[in-house]
Design a protein around this ligand. Structure first.
Ligand code: AMP
Length: 528
């Protein structure tokens, strides 16, 4: 069933991806079923004291599917999901896959502004949140939303009789992920059962994920990295065990690693630093750990080199995007490549081009914008025709906005971004969205947000403001944004008031000069 607003692959590409075995015609619900048939009594999922075998998880997925149907949700309906790393998230996801309902995966940090936007854009008919007040707000504000579920009322969905039927088709959209890489408001990324199944299978293979893997979901499982690279879904495909962690803090995660004998975890670079320092200090038993995947933002070489001596396991750098393309350093790569590159493409059919501002390929070794096309990279955002015209080349390559260099080995090094997104330790701050929200403050005449370098986070945000009357303080602006309800990582780390903005020759705000000012204004306040 093709949903209105979905741009799929042209038939000749779809045929090729099928013929080459990337797309195997199996749904994500079917993959869980296969794992349950192979090892029904193995442990699939652990959330605190609660545990599910594969047989139990498979049965509960069927129950949730039946529950969703009983509540009136049908194949193709969108369900806005706003949940932390709890078992209900996994059950719900598989219930959706079985029922053909499409989950829209908001991040736990998102608040009403983001959720309203996502629910409206997706045309969601229901929402699920662990926050009852938030769920009520969304039901009120999004006209299409008819129902809200909270984790407390989750039992309503677990009906007595599991629904064995798989309503989805492998070519259907399985899930709508959020884009961290685009400007403006977040966009929705359609991932089909076929393409996402390949994504997670190939990721499991390249990270040696097997039935012996115990994967700790420390990052939000709603994000592509912890969901399917290989993450929760790839581990369940391989027959391993997924352990959910409420937080990625060492205080929470280290005891779980010890107790559950965790082998694999994915982290963003600021967390790698925190874990390295905490491990030296706390001396936990991390002897079961085999692999730390680091991605979402650029990991510094110095941190990369500390992973094995301090955590006692291998490092895999992952440079990926929810839009599709994933790059991994390989487990047998020389240390030099693992420490200094963000890996190479997952698939032999990932067509990666690095181009200059005029769209011409750059010579090897020179930075260029990464364009990509392939068996698990989207051909269009969901219901965003105008944005799609800018984000894709006429022959279907996705313009990532990332500036990347290619080494002779084929490994990529991420140098920065061409677009206005601040990568705050893996959390993406969409500059334009926050600027628009700040413009609504009565004391803000104009605003421009730029990133500045930060040792721990890679980048932080600085909002330059031209005031209207009495200049606002950072506390004023943070209070304003918090009242609107946005994710805390989008709040400006620094606010500076200017009389006017520096302009380029064309009269546009000169963000290069502002970026420089942001660095210098930090030095001033550090001295003060
Ligand atoms: P998201 O979809 O939230 O994962 O964001 C994808 C974007 O994060 C990419 O387009 C890159 O800009 C950035 N990114 C992801 N992984 C890395 C990495 N290992 N090094 C540098 N940037 C990264």
């Amino acid at each position: 069933m093709t949903l209105d607003g979905f741009t799929g692959w042209p038939p000749e590409f779809a045929r090729r991806y099928r013929d080459l075995g990337y797309w195997q015609g199996r749904t994500l619900g079917g993959l869980l079923h296969d794992s349950a048939r192979r090892g029904p009594d193995r442990t699939a999922l652990v959330d605190g004291e609660r545990r599910w075998t594969y047989a139990e998880l498979d049965r509960d997925a069927g129950r949730v599917a039946a529950g969703l149907r009983r509540k009136g949700l049908v194949r193709g309906d969108r369900l806005l999901v706003h949940l932390p790393n709890v078992a209900e998230f996994v059950l719900l996801l598989f219930g959706c896959f079985r029922a053909g309902v499409v989950p829209v995966l908001a991040l736990p940090a998102h608040r009403e502004t983001e959720l309203e936007h996502l629910g409206t854009l997706a045309g969601a008919v229901a929402c699920v949140s662990d926050d009852a007040a938030l769920a009520a707000t969304i039901t009120e504000r999004v006209p299409t939303v008819r129902r809200a579920f909270v984790t407390g009322s989750f039992a309503e969905l677990l009906t007595e009789n599991p629904d064995g039927e798989d309503a989805a088709d492998p070519a259907d959209i399985a899930v709508l992920l959020l884009s961290g890489g685009t400007t403006g408001l977040p966009k929705l990324i359609p991932r089909t059962h076929d393409d996402y199944a390949y994504n997670l299978r190939a990721s499991a293979e390249v990270s040696a994920t097997t039935g012996d893997t115990v994967y700790l979901a420390a990052l939000p499982a709603a994000h592509n990295f912890a969901l399917a690279c290989p993450g929760v879904l790839g581990t369940l495909w391989a027959g391993g065990t997924v352990v959910l962690s409420a937080s990625a803090d060492p205080e929470t995660a280290f005891p779980l690693i010890e107790r559950e004998r965790v082998t694999t975890v994915a982290l963003v670079p600021p967390l790698v630093l925190v874990w390295l320092d905490a491990a030296e200090f706390l001396e936990p038993d991390l002897s079961s750990l085999r692999l730390v995947q680091a991605g979402g933002a650029r990991l510094k070489e110095e941190a990369a080199r500390r992973v094995r001596p301090v955590l006692g396991c291998a490092l895999q750098q992952v440079y990926g995007m929810a839009e599709g393309l994933l790059n991994f350093t390989r487990l047998d790569d020389p240390d030099e490549l693992v420490a200094n590159t963000q890996g190479r493409p997952l698939s032999a059919d990932d067509e990666v081009l690095l181009v200059d501002e005029d769209g011409r390929p750059v010579p090897d070794g020179e930075p260029g914008e990464l364009l990509v096309r392939g068996p698990y990279t989207l051909r269009g955002y969901f219901r965003a025709p105008e944005h799609n015209r800018r984000s894709f080349t006429p022959d279907g390559f996705y313009r990532s906005g990332d500036l990347v260099r290619r080494q002779p080995s084929g490994h990529l090094v991420v140098e920065g971004r061409r677009r206005d997104v601040i990568n705050r330790g893996g959390d993406k701050v969409p500059v334009e969205e926050v600027e628009n929200l700040l413009l609504a403050h009565p004391a803000v005449h104009d605003v421009a947000i730029v990133g500045f370098p930060d040792e721990a986070m890679g980048e932080r945000s600085c909002a330059f403001v031209v005031a209207h009357g009495t200049p606002p303080t950072r506390a004023d602006l943070v209070a304003h944004l918090t009242a609107l309800g946005i994710a805390a990582f989008k709040l400006p780390d620094r606010v500076r008031v200017l009389d006017s903005f520096p302009r380029t020759g064309l009269g546009k705000v000169d963000r290069v000069v502002l970026a420089d000012l942001a660095v210098r204004s930090g030095q001033r306040s550090a001295r003060a």
